[in-house]
Ligand binder design. Structure first.
Ligand code: CU
Length: 202
């Protein structure tokens, strides 16, 4: 059974840059004159994120529960794990995004979940050549021949606790795959599953 364990790494290189640069300078500095050099002026180390966790019950197109997702904010990024049971999805790739409102009450349409979290004109897509990506962009999920899905992704594009403030957050699975480039949603099509992201313990 193929499972997707993908890394939303679009900003990983950028976020890791300070550390790599620092280590490189340090080695160079020690070899040269024994002094530890500091990160370049203005390249403050990225702040560690506050831990937080949340869950979502995933509803299918007919409103029945088809799976669940867990969200865990780590020191640098958020880990998302989603499992959908047999029959939950059509086989193949499906676009997955965080949407800007925690509302899946319009079963089947799921338009009340709003647009993408961090929506910005022209900026959708992990592989967008010009702008973005948007904060809610994620790798695709793969559904097996029996319609089940095991998915894990790690994103540096958003932070769980602030994202849950205000209108909340939902996780949406689309009918088709996200090409990670085209606007406004990567050609991912209809919204076929929805889960309201709910802070753990309340
Ligand atoms: Cu979407």
């Amino acid at each position: 059974m193929l499972k997707s364990a993908l890394l939303a790494a679009s900003s990983l290189a950028l976020a890791g840059c300070g550390h790599i640069g620092h280590a490189g300078h340090k080695m160079h500095g020690e070899g040269h004159d024994g002094h530890m050099m500091h990160a370049p002026e203005g390249a403050a180390p990225a702040a560690r994120k506050a831990p937080a966790s949340a869950t979502a019950t995933i509803l299918g197109a007919g409103g029945l529960e088809i799976g669940y997702a867990k969200f865990e904010q780590g020191p640098t990024g958020m880990l998302i794990r989603m499992e959908i049971g047999a029959g939950g999805m059509t086989p193949g790739w499906h676009g997955v995004h965080l949407h800007e409102k925690g509302d899946c009450s319009d079963v089947g349409a799921y338009q009340l979940s709003g647009g993408h979290h961090g929506k910005e004109a022209g900026a959708h897509g992990l592989m967008n050549p010009d702008l973005g990506p948007e904060a809610g962009d994620l790798p695709n999920a793969w559904a097996s021949a029996d319609g089940s899905t095991g998915y894990e992704a790690f994103t540096l594009l958003t932070e769980l606790a602030p994202a849950l403030d205000g209108d909340g957050l939902s996780i949406i699975v689309h009918a088709s795959e996200d090409d990670h480039r085209s606007q406004p949603i990567g050609g991912a099509g209809a919204r076929v599953a929805c889960g309201v992201v709910t802070r753990a313990g309340g």
